[in-house]
Design a protein around this ligand. Sequence first.
Ligand SMILES: [Fe+2]
Length: 482
Amino acid sequence: MAARAIFLFGLAAAGQAAPSMKDFHRTCQGEKTTPEQLHFNYAGDRGMTISWNTKAKLEFPAVRYGRDRWLDQIAFSEVSVTYPTSTTYSNHVFIDGLEPDTEYSFSVLCADENDHHRFKTSIAPGNPRPYTFAFIGDLGTMGPLGLADYGQEDALSPGEITTMQSLGQFKNQFEFVWHDGDLAYADDWLKEERNGFLPNTTTEGGAAVYEAILNAFYNEMAQNITMDRPYMVGPGNHEANCDNGGSGPYTDSICMEGQTNFTGFRNHFRMPSAQSGGLENFWFSWDSGLVHYIQFNTETDFPDAPDLPGGSGEENAGPFAPNGTQIEWLKRDLASVDRKKTPWIIVAGHRPWYVDDSKCDSCQTAFEPLLLEYGVDIALFGHKHFYERMTPIANNTPDSKGLNNPSAPWYIVNGAAGHYEGLSSVDTPYENYTVKAIDTVYGWSRFTVHNCTHITQDFIASANGTVLDSATLYKNHDGCKF
Ligand SMILES: [Fe+2]
């Protein structure tokens, strides 16, 4: 059967001949090239990026794929990257020319012969088919390196279903998972060590623990959900460096090269910034069905961003582009949305500015004017370790229409997915824009895009799958026919 090579990530430009299957398999070296940490993400209307890690570098990361089990096509790249302190290489292969809303089987290089997986491409923009997606914030590794059922505040009950497991149980309901920053919590190793939770760890040995947490998290995520559903991610402060903003007498000066400046996060993912004019995994957009999705970056790359050197977050990271680049991109991206095709715009950033706890004022100054100018429908955030649903709000004033065709964006904070630090308390009394707050259970959000007028958000308790809060937004979008 004919194999079609797809040249990307510089291989075509280099003018090299397509490697043969023999060339590919020659690079397999047993355990060193066994795939782990498998995940994939949307990459444009007809693309998918497949990513996995190996202990050794792959000369030509490759993916065989097809509409049936014969996997008659192949895509490859030269992207097998690592960084100081990492114990693995991140391999990324972009596949283009796929049919929208279509399932494909695939297998990555050096996997067992029968280790086939399936992905489904995004729904074509404008297709009114209803669908559901999952939204999470602030999810760390589970078990002895992170959130366990012992030795910490808000520990899991023995046998409690975690958010990862809950997503796995519900995966047949949704198309993709959107993780709005704070992944793995590898930088909590210092806190865990100082608290005696990691009794055999020293500060000097922390760099290895940091990498062990990242590997554990991405493997758990793969086993539960990311080898089955697209995994879209954005940056949070816990991706910035090794020390979680300093802990006790320590500052980020203890971080080794490779564990600063979002390095692991930049290596591990290839979000669709190339397809949307964005930047790496920091800001980008994609479409699916009736929705245009935007991930923006509340950590660096705007005035007084908290993670910049000297910023309030003490993370000493970035910037990653010249002054003004992110905001200019966001404006351009919002202006280019064809609301006839994608009447809904849903955005996500990590740090909220409407929330019953410390607010990110510089984020509000940078982003809210554009959200209002371009009629963003829903704005999602994490960072605070609880669930809080606001009423639509603009410039600190609740929209009098509530969820009944408001002109202001609807704000939801959900950073309750779970990690070593547990949950936080919502400050009381609540702000006048807070409708519902839950700060005692781990959970995730399920969004259902019904049509061009209605979207429902449910907060799901991970432990038992119950819906603890549910609300539906009605918007009378111009020209809406579905
Ligand atoms: Fe955070």
